[in-house]
Design a protein around this ligand. Structure first.
Ligand code: ADP
Ligand code: MG
Length: 394
């Protein structure tokens, strides 16, 4: 996969349509967490310093193809401005006359931020007419929004056909480099740790990892379904009983390829996440209680595996880590990753939050903010937003 890096694109004096991921949580018109804005800022600054007219765009939330004042990108513009260190002019329009006029008045080095792309029905529909209008605003195209690369929307997919010159932004390039290494060329042993709430939604990724990794460690709610598949009583735990057959198939496929699938041997149980927990052997889960974390013996076993690994991918918390009583397993995995000399990659919303909570993000090789996109990438799927950036694609 050959993606053109942004620094080889001639941008001086040219209008650059820059797709960013500025999908930040808002409350009462305030940005609650500016991580994504902070991460996007260097890309904007680089382009502006190189004399581009930067036309930044993003979606925010689930606007349903029409304007929704609560989902305006307006409050994001001053935050972006602060992190970029240059004026960011918010344009309360996407492709209409106001947007066209703002672009025509802009000078090299200026930065514009368009209104939420999803205020336009054509965005999520990847509508050709909308793609043409969006593309008409600019001369070249840069996509730095890996988190939406698994969606074939106008700004991530359809628009690119209008640009002979397009490139992957630095955040996108970094995500793809790290995830490609994990997926296609991992140093071995490669240990994948997969947890979180459920198997459904991660089935393809799990199946893929069960063929690519040397060891797959199953934790969190999703391990419960595998335990059930092995005939272990799981009490009132979160399980997907309808996926017991699928779980067995994954276990059988892994066994056939010599991939070790590791399940918890001890767990922390409680009557509810608000009740105190206690550790039991995995065969001893009481009928009226739920598995809410992995136990100390399992934590230690995982830490040992991670010490010996050369590549580690982790997605999904090991327990209900939002509650301190059930966070030990998740924090232990985060610490073990931080201590490991392996190439370590973490992906997923809650997993990344856990890594930040543990204060170890800087000690990992790569923290993927891609969520769904990183899981689809590891499943082996071609991401539409990446495919259109590949060299030679028309
Ligand atoms: P990610 O966003 O990292 O991909 P998921 O969204 O799949 O992770 O799952 C995160 C959620 O899984 C957390 O909110 C956590 O509380 C929940 N979870 C983990 N283990 C369990 C468990 N044993 N029972 C119920 N929920 C669990
Ligand atoms: Mg999640």
């Amino acid at each position: 996969m050959v993606l053109r890096p942004m620094n080889t694109l001639k941008v001086e004096g040219r209008r650059v349509l820059l797709r960013l991921d500025l999908n930040v949580p808002l409350k009462d018109g305030r940005v609650l967490d500016d991580t994504r804005v902070r991460e996007a800022a260097p890309t904007v600054r680089t382009l502006a310093e190189r004399g581009a007219i930067v036309i930044a765009c993003s979606h925010l939330g689930r606007a349903k193809g029409k304007p929704d004042p609560a989902l305006s990108l307006a409050p994001v513009a001053p935050v972006l401005q602060k992190h970029v260190g240059r004026t960011v002019r918010f344009v309360p329009d996407v492709v209409g006359e106001a947007a066209q006029q703002a672009v025509s008045q802009a000078k090299p080095g200026d930065v514009l931020l368009l209104e939420n792309l999803r205020f336009e029905a054509g965005e999520e529909k990847n509508d050709p007419a909308f793609c043409a209008k969006l593309a008409a605003l600019a001369d070249v195209y840069v996509n730095d929004a890996f988190g939406t690369a698994h969606r074939a929307h106008a700004s991530t997919a359809g628009v690119s056909a209008h640009f002979p010159e397009r490139a992957a932004g630095p955040l996108m390039a970094r995500e793809i480099a790290a995830l490609t290494k994990v997926r296609d060329n991992p140093d071995r042993p490669f240990v994948a740790v997969v947890g979180g709430a459920k198997i459904s939604g991660k089935l393809e990724t799990l199946t893929s990892l069960a063929t690519r990794a040397n060891t797959v460690v199953l934790v969190g709610g999703m391990a419960n379904t595998f335990l059930l598949a092995q005939g272990v009583g799981v009490g009132t735990s979160l399980v997907e009983a309808d996926l017991v057959g699928t779980a067995n198939e994954i276990l059988a496929a892994a066994a056939g390829r010599g991939v070790a699938m590791i399940l918890p041997t001890d767990v922390v149980v409680a009557t509810s996440p608000d009740a105190p927990g206690r550790t039991v052997e995995v065969g001893d889960v009481p009928a009226g209680e739920a598995i809410l974390d992995i136990g100390p013996q399992t934590r230690q076993r995982i830490a040992q595996l991670l010490t010996k690994a050369k590549t580690v991918f982790w997605n999904g918390p090991a327990g209900v880590f939002e509650k301190p009583a059930f966070a030990a397993g998740t924090l232990a995995i985060a610490q073990a990753l931080a201590a490991s000399s392996a190439f370590t990659v973490v992906g997923g919303g809650e997993s990344v939050a856990a890594v930040q909570q543990a204060g170890v993000a800087a000690k990992l090789s790569h923290v993927s903010t891609g969520g769904g996109a990183s899981l689809e990438f590891l499943a082996g799927d071609a991401l539409p937003g990446v495919a259109v950036l590949e060299e030679g694609v028309k």
